[in-house]
Design a protein around this ligand. Sequence first.
Ligand code: NAD
Length: 362
Amino acid sequence: MTVEFTHVTLGQRVLFGAGLAREGLAGELARLGARRPLILAGDRERAMAEQVVGGLEESAGVERLSWHGDVAMHVPVDVAERARAAAAAAEADVVVAVGGGSTTGLAKAVALTTGLPIIAVPTTFAGSEATNVWGMTEDGRKTTGVDDAVLPASIVYDAELTASLPPAMAVASGLNALAHCVDSLWAPRADPINGALAAEGARALSAGLPLLHRDPDADAGREQVLYGAYLAAVAFASAGSGLHHKICHVLGGAYDLPHAETHAVVLPHVLAFNGPAAPAAQRRLAEAFGSDSAMSGLAALYDAVDAPSALADHGMAAADIPAAARLVAAVVPDSNPRPAAERQLVGLLTAAQNGDRAAWGL
Ligand code: NAD
């Protein structure tokens, strides 16, 4: 069989190690020659960020540290403007994001207009730190774009920083990462490299999530999940958005549903829909899950972690389904393994909205 592809690998430094965030951040600041970092951290992440940043002024040649804590989901434009003003007032030469996808997203909004480098210190499994995709919202509409200027120069991964995530949030965030892996297998720029990353990501996530769920205090599960989440994000950045991400983007933007939970609920429904038309992807996932089939492996994982199951529990009304299906139908990628017309999307969204497990087809 001929192997032929065009693949782009994004350039960034990735440091990974439990308990090493402080040391790692100091090293990256010194390497960039940064003297006036602006630290972005929301209220819930502030104490954690203070620990990571503690002592930097002495150890990394830092002149002045500035803080900005005004962070919001999906980066509203006014929130982005205030962060840009804070960066200007601080004469910042680097933005350090300590937090989840919302905080990294805010750092990207600053980088987009200022060109400042970002050091990302993730505290969830969202994966925004490994992509060159930015997103912002205005009047309830989410705009996204791709620009290498927003790709963090460095990522400092420390699994200990995810320990404070409430268990249900950790599970939803890890399943959001798994959705990056699965969707990469049929996304517009799917290729053997991002396929390999996605498969290893799915393996690590499906191994780590039950450990994390069983014992939130143990490190091993969190490390596996964080490692898998990074691979997932690299695969997603390279392969682009498939049907799953198109659906979740519409739901998050138009109905303000929570990001990670929405991805977690929708994933099995997309796998049930696309899987039969994508046998190679199914085989790969079955192998990654160590299961007879992709769907039974995913179902076993969902049972093991008490995964969220219905969009109705997260704010989606049945009345919104027809309009949502119309919006999704307009953006289904040509690469999708089977056509997804409005009528079929109504079926998929209805099953996801009311948590109809029979639709998984097991
Ligand atoms: P988030 O960053 O909004 O965090 C969710 C909640 O968890 C927040 O209340 C936050 O304060 C809290 N939190 C974060 N870390 C914590 C910790 N360690 N302990 C306790 N609480 C903690 O949500 P998210 O799911 O990480 O990110 C979602 C956002 O990221 C969305 O806006 C999404 O569009 C974006 N995203 C972007 C990309 C991209 O490539 N651009 C990729 C993935 C996600």
